[in-house]
Design a protein around this ligand. Structure first.
Ligand code: GLU
Length: 416
């Protein structure tokens, strides 16, 4: 098993070198500010009491409150959460939003819990988190296998404790609980703007582009819809049941219906089946990993045929994978840029809550585009200027901004 945090540190160190980052700044960023390891007791439906293991890692808050999702997944562990928290700091800095980095989660397979157990577990977690979160302190959001309902439960429990509803406590809430228009589709929408900006850079028209998307959930599924509506051929996609492939392109609208009625993408007529691993190696123009970490590694990177990768998932390519891709001339738009649409619209939600405003979906997406396209340009230019890969360029730009915050503001606090 890859040590995710080691991977994240390697990426950090590599970029730090490129910009000659001062040792003291790097030292601050290599260690998270605070690690909460949380016992989450839950009364199960059969009356027994079970303790789950939860975490919240607050990595950095120089730019603003800690910000990042909570995931419920069986493989969640401290190293993973530490890596994801560090990536959130970098992501917010790349996007230039005034938020820091954090992440949390519970080691659990939520599909094995009843709705009542899921709610009790979430509220138990919220009670344990309560002293350390807040609209100006640490603002959580959905991530893998968590959703608006779970965010609403956390808000409910927090409100019960503090006696005052503070909507900006958490983002990714349902619309009727102060959520933002567009938040559900924001991660994919951001990646779609990035994809269009990339196609422009490489002079490729949409009709010459074939895409494979690993994952058909909130990120991958919406991305497939956006591509399909734009005339971009999505030739393959997958979910946990397996994958499907049609060289001529999949009808994503029909596939959505199929997934809604059967619960899986597999078995879709007019497509051949392909495993999640084989999907990564298909002859496509652009590969979009939109599921989990560690998909493209030292073991399979050599077989990737795509010319470009857009990382919609967090951490899908390991440093060994990166090295092989670079050697083979394959460029990967990193997660910290490509999937930053999610946290950017989370920030918009937070801002709307604080100002007591409601923006339309159209407004939200215009504002998102105004942030993510310049961020892409900025990273693209850095990678050309310095002749470095896009991930290192994204980290380098993030670190330059964090360095200014440190020297212009934060460092003073440790001086008296
Ligand atoms: N979980 C998402 C991410 O990894 C969104 C985080 C947020 O909205 O705070 O970027």
């Amino acid at each position: 098993m890859q040590n995710q945090f080691e991977n994240a540190l390697q990426q950090l160190d590599k970029a730090a070198k490129v910009i000659n980052l001062e040792e003291e700044v790097l030292t601050q960023l290599r260690t998270p500010d605070r690690i909460l390891q949380i016992k989450v007791p839950v009364v199960m439906d059969d009356g027994s009491l079970k303790n789950f293991e939860g975490y919240r890692v607050q990595h950095n808050n120089w730019a603003g409150p800690y910000k990042g999702g909570l995931r419920y997944f069986p493989s969640v562990d401290l190293n993973e959460v530490k890596a994801l928290a560090l990536w959130m700091t970098i992501k917010c800095s790349v996007a230039g939003i005034p938020m820091g980095g954090g992440k949390g989660g519970i080691t659990v397979d939520p599909k094995k819990l009843s709705p009542g157990e899921l709610e009790r577990m979430t509220k138990s977690f919220a009670r344990a988190l309560a002293p350390n979160i807040g609209a100006q302190v640490d603002v959580a959001a959905p991530d893998v296998y968590t959703n608006g309902q779970i965010m609403a439960w956390i808000l409910d429990e927090y409100t019960k404790i503090t006696g005052k509803e503070e909507l900006a406590l958490i983002t990714g809430k349902p619309m009727e609980r102060g959520g933002s228009a567009g938040r559900d589709r924001a991660t994919a929408m951001g990646a779609f703007y990035v994809l269009k900006a990339l196609l422009e850079k490489i002079n490729l028209n949409v009709f010459e582009t074939a895409i494979a998307i690993q994952g058909f959930g909130n990120a991958g599924g919406v991305m497939a819809e956006l591509c399909f509506a734009d005339g971009i051929k999505v030739v393959a996609t997958s979910d946990s049941s397996g994958g499907i492939y049609n060289e001529a392109g999949l009808n994503i609208a029909a596939l959505m219906k199929h997934k809604q009625s059967t619960g899986a993408v597999t078995g879709f007529s007019g497509a051949t089946s392909v495993t999640n691993e084989a999907l990564l190696e298909l002859p496509v123009t652009i590969l979009i990993p939109a599921a989990l970490e560690n998909q493209i590694t030292g073991a399979n990177a050599e077989r990737i045929k795509a010319k470009y990768i857009i990382e919609l998932a967090n951490g899908p390519v390991t440093p060994e994978g990166d090295e092989i891709l670079a050697k083979n001339g394959i460029k990967s738009v990193p997660d910290v840029l490509a999937n930053s649409g999610g946290v950017t619209v989370s920030y918009f939600e937070w801002e709307q809550n604080i100002k007591n405003e409601k923006w339309t979906e159209a407004d939200v997406f215009v504002k998102l585009k105004e942030i993510i396209v310049p961020a892409f340009e900025d990273v693209w230019n850095k990678h050309l200027d310095k002749q470095i890969d896009l991930r290192t360029a994204a980290f380098a730009r993030a670190l330059e901004k964090l360095r200014s915050l440190w020297y212009n503001d934060v460092r003073k606090k440790f001086n008296n």
